[in-house]
Write a protein that binds this ligand. Structure first.
Ligand SMILES: Nc1nc2c(ncn2[C@@H]2O[C@H](COP(=O)(O)OP(=O)(O)OP(=O)(O)O)[C@@H](O)[C@H]2O)c(=O)[nH]1
Ligand SMILES: [Mg+2]
Length: 309
C-alpha cells in the first residue's frame, strides 16, 4: 500500500477506499497520548474507511456551536477538500447543531464516534439514522459477551493484539471497544462488552446500552465463560436469560470456555456434557485460539457474512 505524507494534514493513504478525516478536541494531556484517537483510527479501519487526514484542536472543551474554533473549522474544510474526504468523523459526541455547522462549512457528511460504532453494528445501515458508512464493505460484527470477569477483554486483546485493560475487577470494562481482527483470509469487527451479572435491570442502566445494542445486532456472539468458576453453569444461564430478555436469544452464539489453563478437568467435563460444541481456550496462554478463530470463520460463513474481500 502506498503511503504519502503531507505536512499539516497527517498521513494520506493511497488506496481505493472511501476516505475519512478524523477530528478531535483534546486538552494538553490528551494531545500527548491520544489513545482514543488511535481507537478512532481502528474503528474507521473496521468500517473499511481510509484515514486520509487528522485535524486536532488543543483546547479545554469543544465549542458548543461549531465543535472547533473558527480557524480550526477552516483548516478542517481545507483538509477535507485536499484529501477529497467522503466523511468527517469526530472523536466526541456531536450535537445536531455542531454536526450541521461542520457539514455546512466542509461540505462533507459529518458523523461522531458513536454513530460510527452503531454503523459497524448495523447490518442494513438504518439504525444510526445516517447513510451507511460501512455499506457493502461492512465487516461481520462479532461480539464478546459473558458474565463479568469471564475474560472477555483478555480474549479481545489476545485475538486483536489490542491493549484493553483486563483486570480482576468486576465491570473492568465500562467503555466497550471494537477492534478489527483478520484471520484465515477473513476479517471481522470484534467488540468487547460490559459484563453481565444476575438480577440487574439492564434496560435502565445507561452503561449497558451499547452492550445491549451490540448483542442485538451481532452477526455472531462469542459467549465467553470462566470455565474455572465453580458456578460457571449458573453464569451461563444468567447470560442466556439476559439475551432472551432483550430479544437476542435466537441469534447465533458460540460458547467459548475460557481459562482452561486453570479450570478443573471435572468442571470442564460437566460444561462439555451440557453444551455440545464449545471451543476451549485460554486468553492467558493462547491455547485454543487458532481453533477459536477457525470456528468463528466457519460460523460466520454459516450466517453468510464470512466472506470478506
Ligand atoms: N488464568 C487465566 N486468567 C484469565 C484468563 N483470561 C482472563 N483471565 C483473568 O481473569 C480476569 C478477568 O479478565 P477480564 O478480561 O478483565 O474479564 P472481563 O470478562 O472483560 O471482565 P469485565 O469487563 O469486568 O466484565 C483478569 O484477572 C484476567 O487476567 C485465562 O485464560 N486464564
Ligand atoms: Mg472487560
Amino acid at each position: 500500500m502506498a503511503v504519502a505524507r503531507r505536512s499539516g494534514i497527517g498521513v494520506v493513504e493511497q488506496r481505493p477506499a472511501r476516505r475519512a478525516v478524523l477530528v478531535a478536541v483534546q486538552d494538553r494531556d490528551g494531545a500527548a497520548t491520544s489513545p482514543s484517537l488511535a481507537e478512532l483510527r481502528r474503528l474507521a479501519d473496521a468500517c473499511a474507511l481510509a484515514v486520509a487526514g487528522v485535524v486536532v484542536q488543543t483546547r479545554a472543551r469543544p465549542d458548543p456551536d461549531t465543535y472547533l474554533s473558527a480557524g480550526k473549522v477552516a483548516e478542517l474544510a481545507v483538509t477535507a477538500a485536499v484529501v477529497r474526504a467522503d466523511v468527517v468523523i469526530a472523536e466526541d459526541g456531536l450535537s445536531a447543531r455542531q454536526t450541521r455547522a461542520l457539514e455546512e462549512r466542509t461540505g462533507v457528511p459529518v458523523v461522531d464516534r458513536a454513530t460510527l460504532i452503531l454503523d459497524i453494528f448495523d447490518r442494513h445501515g438504518h439504525g444510526s439514522g445516517v447513510a451507511p458508512l460501512c455499506g457493502v464493505d461492512r465487516m461481520p460484527a462479532v461480539v464478546l459477551a459473558g458474565y463479568t470477569n469471564a475474560g472477555k477483554s483478555a480474549l479481545l486483546n489476545r485475538l486483536s493484539g489490542a491493549a484493553v485493560p483486563s483486570t480482576d475487577v468486576l465491570f473492568a470494562t465500562l467503555d466497550p471497544v471494537v477492534r478489527p481482527v483478520r484471520a484465515n483470509g477473513h476479517a471481522f469487527a470484534l467488540a468487547d462488552t460490559v459484563g453481565i451479572v444476575r438480577h440487574l435491570p439492564y434496560r435502565r442502566v445507561p452503561a449497558f446500552r451499547s452492550t445491549l445494542d451490540a448483542l442485538r445486532h451481532a452477526d455472531l456472539t462469542l459467549h465467553v465463560v470462566d470455565a474455572a468458576a465453580p458456578d460457571a453453569l449458573d453464569q451461563i444461564s444468567a447470560v442466556h436469560d439476559v439475551r432472551r430478555e432483550i430479544g437476542a436469544g435466537h441469534l447465533p452464539e458460540l460458547l467459548v470456555l475460557n481459562k482452561v489453563d486453570i479450570a478443573r478437568p471435572a468442571g470442564l467435563t460437566a460444561l462439555r456434557r451440557t453444551f455440545p460444541d464449545p471451543v476451549a481456550v485460554s486468553a492467558r496462554t493462547g491455547a485454543g485460539v487458532p481453533a477459536l478463530l477457525r470456528a468463528v470463520v466457519t460460523r460466520l460463513r454459516q450466517v453468510e457474512l464470512g466472506a470478506v474481500p
